[in-house]
Design a protein around this ligand. Structure first.
Ligand code: SAM
Length: 236
């Protein structure tokens, strides 16, 4: 096992990085429930899909959504980003639809090797049960609705929600074609004034960056809301 994965080393790194991040976050946004963020972060100590600033920004975007917000996430994997969003939501009717095939299937060749290594380690061929367990452990089950489906098929089945969604987070297939298709399929579901955010903007997943640039130039988004790490958020 690599040195950085030793439990004691991991715990020290988590305490240092988390402590630094939380000190800044509490100053910047004293109105948000950072204790709740910390509770979720502790649960996902071993997660390697996002940084503190990225997880914190998702939590902030969800906290800024109205009460009883309706949220969609495309690409949930084991539910880490989904839980940070769920933790920020308020209101008994707030709901996050977590769209994923839960099989790491994507058209992005580079991703395929990464997922295949992970599934071998997991000894399973789906992350759905892990997703459900993470939600249950954190007490968020009533806020989640997993949608086990290909992204574009899910966009069709949820088409009745056109113009009603408060916040969409897209982190699914990272190829250019798929991200472009996701923007076309999902953006119309966001209500006017709602937020659409993407992971991996400016990352080595250059297809995602290109698809977002094109959509921005084409005037698909009203204004930029903010950036944290490789997350970029727009107002519709
Ligand atoms: C990078 S992971 C998501 C990570 C998660 N958002 C997080 O930060 O914890 C991408 C996910 O997208 C899913 N995915 C990729 N292409 C998809 C597609 N066409 N339809 C549905 N899910 C897809 C994969 O199964 C994988 O779970």
């Amino acid at each position: 096992m690599a040195f950085k994965h030793w439990p004691i080393v991991r715990d020290v790194r988590f305490a240092q990085k988390g402590g630094r991040y939380l000190r800044g976050a509490r100053k910047r946004r004293p109105d948000l429930n950072w204790d709740e963020f910390h509770r979720i972060a502790r649960h996902f100590k071993q997660d390697d899909m996002g940084s503190f600033p990225e997880r914190g920004y998702l939590f902030q975007l969800a906290s800024d959504a109205p009460a009883d917000a309706q949220v969609i996430e495309v690409g949930s994997w084991m539910g880490a980003s989904t839980c940070f969003i769920a933790g920020g939501l308020k209101g008994a009717k707030a709901k996050i639809f977590a769209v994923d095939n839960f099989q790491g299937l994507s058209t992005c060749g580079e991703d395929a090797a990464w997922y295949s290594r992970h599934f071998q380690q997991l000894g399973a061929n789906s992350t759905l049960e892990i997703f459900r367990k993470n939600f249950a452990d954190l007490g968020f089950t009533p806020r989640s609705e997993p949608v086990v489906s290909d992204s574009l098929a899910a966009a069709q089945s949820l088409a009745g929600k056109r113009g009603t969604i408060d916040f969409i987070f897209i982190d699914g297939d990272h190829s250019y074609e798929a991200c472009k298709a996701d923007i076309a399929a999902w953006a119309p579901l966001v209500k006017k004034g709602g937020v659409i955010a993407f992971h991996d903007f400016g990352s080595r997943a250059d297809g995602v960056t290109r698809a977002i640039f094109e959509a921005t130039k084409a005037g698909r988004f009203e204004a930029i809301v903010g950036v944290a790490g490789t997350i970029i958020a727009f107002r519709m």
